[in-house]
Design a protein around this ligand. Structure first.
Ligand code: ZN
Length: 308
């Protein structure tokens, strides 16, 4: 079917665990880890990961997200002030897999300090990666599957313990408590999706942020409106997508609030599907979407409302 050529499914890729570290010259001011009263300065790429790190690190970390709420993380460009923030970090956290490679470029081009760099999405144990937008790439949006987000939490805890071993116990305890809450979030997603009639569990997305969510929770992604972030799709691509939407009887086309809806409005007028333009994935938003847990709950509620 033509849909599969839009979103090919590859076989499982089993990858081994690893934490990437980049060693570079010149130490920033930094903070002495574990010293009484000090906090560990952690810099990450998105507000989603910043929230996860805050949950694991609690009062012992000071977390900065370079891309703000409602930002387009894929196309973000660090400014000079961001470069300084990166240089002052004790720990750098990114996703990898093409989501936020601009952090790695900024480190390579500028000043950072033998600072450990952790890639949350790379080489996670037992994760089956799905293909990304370009040849040979992998989809980076692993955290939209809450089970995979729990693996991110493990890696965050390991990273914090390695830069601040004196607080290993609180980091472990906070990670355990956070993962227990994520288990509840995961169960909530499953029970809410179960309320959507099976024939309606088909969607089109603005960008390709939901394949892991869809695989885990039983949603079919019929197509994605943009072939690559920041690029308009070709006429042929859009025509194929319109055909796929009609063939599958897709009821709703979903987007994130930070992206323009013009393209989706065109798809909707061609197909009769409605546009729901308030999902969140790569970045947190305004209240109530101010945490990863709230983000998942919000998105599921939008899906259920649009599809049931
Ligand atoms: Zn994305």
């Amino acid at each position: 079917m033509s849909v599969v050529s839009v979103r090919p499914r590859f076989g499982p890729v089993l990858v081994a665990a690893a934490v990437a570290a980049i060693g570079l010259s010149a130490c920033g001011p930094g903070l002495s880890s574990g010293a009484p009263g000090s906090t560990v300065s952690v810099v990450t790429t998105t507000t989603v990961f910043a929230d996860m790190i805050s949950n694991v690190g609690g009062a012992y970390v000071h977390v900065t997200s370079l891309a703000g709420k409602n930002a387009d993380v894929h196309t973000f460009e660090p400014k000079p002030a961001d470069i300084q923030t990166i240089a002052n970090a004790k720990l750098l956290v990114m996703n990898g897999l093409g989501l936020d490679d601009w952090l790695e470029r900024a480190i390579t081009n500028g000043s950072a300090s033998g600072t450990p760099l952790v890639k949350l999405g790379v080489d996670l144990p037992s994760v089956e990666l799905l293909p990304g937008e370009g040849p040979g790439t992998q989809n980076p949006h692993l955290w939209m599957d809450v089970k995979y987000a729990e693996l991110y939490v493990d890696r965050i805890a390991a990273a914090l313990k390695s830069v601040d071993p004196a607080r290993a116990r609180p980091y472990d305890n906070q990670a355990v408590a956070y993962k227990a809450r994520l288990e509840t979030v995961d169960a909530g997603v499953r029970s809410k999706i179960a309320a959507i009639p099976e024939a309606n569990r088909r969607i089109v997305m603005f960008h390709d942020a939901f394949p892991y969510f869809a695989r885990e929770y039983g949603i079919t992604i019929v197509g994605v409106a943009v072939e690559a972030p920041g690029q308009d799709p070709s006429a042929g691509y859009s025509a194929e997508l319109i055909r796929a939407i009609r063939d599958a009887g897709v009821k709703a086309i979903f987007s994130e609030s930070q992206f323009p809806t013009k393209l989706l409005d065109e798809l909707a007028s061609e197909t009769g599907a409605k546009v729901v333009a308030n999902l969140y994935d790569d970045a947190l938003g305004d209240p109530p979407v101010t945490s990863y847990e709230a983000l998942i709950g919000w998105d599921v509620d939008q899906l259920v409302t649009a599809l049931r």
